[in-house]
Design a protein around this ligand. Structure first.
Ligand SMILES: Cc1ncc(C[n+]2csc(CCOP(=O)(O)OP(=O)(O)O)c2C)c(N)n1
Length: 269
């Protein structure tokens, strides 16, 4: 019988595959790969119980450079693959990797839903603020004003910060969940509350982006004078209260149809 003392210990080098990375000299992805090898050694992940998956991009080549199981999927779907693997084989350590274009542009939708589902998956985004593989077009993370192959006169759009996005989404969901759990004069399970709170946080965040875009690009002041600020404020208060109300209704309906209060649901006509 093998004892704990007989188990092999893994060094960072044990996680390197025989493939030589084809990234450009000086690319930050080398550092990300070395850090991942070191982190895996620190956690003593068993290579045969670990899967590294990615989408498409320069950075998404990474699974080939790790000696675990791996899969280089399609653009923007690293987190969908990772979620499927984790659901089918919960005992595996699942690591998703990829670029900011992969994770925030085409995969932005999946990024939010993976955060909402909160499965036990690690996600490493190599954010170089550009589409690298396709030779330098602007990504959602490209700073405003940056000149790229696709924004010759400078990027006219505001950029997204992936960490800020994930943290503010988690904070907003927590905040709405507490409100929906504590405010109603009725008992409602946490399981029902999280779903409604995540939907509300998503809509609230979308509204925030849209109103920021409107303020940045519409000449509210010159069209409406000083009243412009009040109009925007009132529109924001109206939108937020509608989202809050919709989220509360959604939570109630979810609890009655699929959640903890199905027994109380009125019979369907
Ligand atoms: C459905 C689809 N759309 C577009 C592409 C083209 N494409 C391949 S990689 C990529 C962007 C890669 O950028 P990023 O994810 O940031 O990775 P990087 O190359 O910078 O590491 C794009 C647009 C594609 N392969 N598939």
């Amino acid at each position: 019988m093998s004892t704990a003392a007989e188990l092999p210990t893994f060094e960072a080098a044990d996680y390197k595959s025989d493939l030589k990375p084809v990234w450009c000299a000086g690319c930050g992805d080398f550092g990300a790969l070395a850090s991942l090898h070191r982190a895996m050694a620190k956690l003593q992940l068993e290579p045969w119980n670990t899967v590294v998956v990615s989408g498409i991009g320069c950075s998404s080549r990474l699974p080939g450079y790790v000696s675990t199981f791996g899969f280089n999927g399609v653009h923007g779907r690293a987190l969908t693959l990772a979620s499927g693997i984790k659901l089918a084989r919960p005992e595996l350590s699942v690591i998703a990797v990829g670029g900011d274009g992969d994770g925030i542009a085409i995969g932005g939708n999946h990024f939010l839903h993976a955060a909402r589902r909160n499965l036990d998956i690690a996600y490493f985004m190599m954010d170089n603020e550009i589409y690298g593989l396709t030779k330098g077009q602007a990504a959602p993370t490209t700073p405003s004003g940056d000149k790229t192959k696709s924004t010759y006169w400078g990027n006219p759009e505001p950029s997204v910060d992936p960490c800020e996005l994930a943290i503010s989404f988690a904070l907003l969901t927590g905040l709405f969940a507490m409100i929906y759990k504590l405010l109603p004069a009725t008992r409602i399970a946490w399981g029902d509350v999280w779903i409604g709170a995540a939907v509300t946080a998503l809509l609230f965040w979308l509204g925030k982006i849209l109103i920021a875009l409107y303020i940045a690009h519409a000449a509210v002041g010159s069209n409406l004078g000083a009243a412009g600020a009040i109009v925007v404020l009132v529109a924001w208060v109206y939108y937020s209260s509608q989202v809050f109300f919709f989220g509360a209704e959604f939570t109630r309906e979810y609890a009655l149809r699929h959640g903890s209060r199905q027994a109380e649901a009125p019979p369907q006509a």
